[in-house]
Design a protein around this ligand. Structure first.
Ligand SMILES: Nc1ncnc2c1ncn2[C@@H]1O[C@H](COP(=O)(O)OP(=O)(O)OP(=O)(O)O)[C@@H](O)[C@H]1O
Ligand SMILES: [Mg+2]
Length: 151
């Protein structure tokens, strides 16, 4: 069985705090793929992760609208992708040179369900569910690279 970790929050600030907590686990080469649908709190979580990774000004973090990738200069580069507006997300993700981003930084992907087959491995997946107006449940799991996929 896959190991899963579940976290719950009850405010956007709580989600940012969770992001800071999770940032302590992240190193260059890590990818976090977020799923869950509209308004679940993906950007709020990214904000917390980026701050946890050393970004001074969290106001810089918003969903990339006019560019495919936003890069934040934290203690290491943080690459923020949002697949929501991509018309062909798997193809577009494939053209983005994720390997180069992962060589020196952390890659955070919103709407990862739109490009499931093109996501980097290994990666963290965080699925977010809305449990009440301000309640959110985060289910985190590790997806290993293909060589380990059946272990
Ligand atoms: N526990 C919570 N965690 C995060 N956001 C919350 C929470 N409770 C309420 N909210 C609200 O939900 C919204 C989440 O917005 P956010 O942009 O982070 O979501 P998103 O998943 O990135 O949305 P989108 O699908 O548009 O990219 C905000 O308005 C925020 O204030
Ligand atoms: Mg968002």
């Amino acid at each position: 069985m896959k190991d899963e970790e579940v976290f719950t929050t009850s405010s956007a600030a709580g989600t940012a705090k969770l992001g800071k907590h999770l940032a302590a686990r992240l190193r260059a080469g890590d990818c976090v793929a977020m799923t869950g649908g509209l308004g679940t709190g993906k950007t709020a979580l990214v904000r917390g992760i980026a701050v946890g990774l050393g970004l001074a000004d969290q106001r810089m973090v918003s969903s990339p609208t006019y560019v495919l990738v936003q890069e934040y200069q934290a203690a290491l580069p943080v690459y923020h992708l949002d697949l929501y507006r991509m018309t062909a997300p798997e193809a577009e993700l494939g053209e983005l040179a994720l390997e180069e981003m992962l060589a020196d930084g952390v890659v955070l992907i919103e709407w990862a369900e739109r490009a499931q087959a093109a996501l980097p491995r290994p990666r963290w997946e965080i699925d977010i569910a809305i449990t009440s107006q301000r309640g959110r449940r985060f289910t985190m799991r590790r997806v290993e690279d293909s060589a380990d996929a059946f272990s």
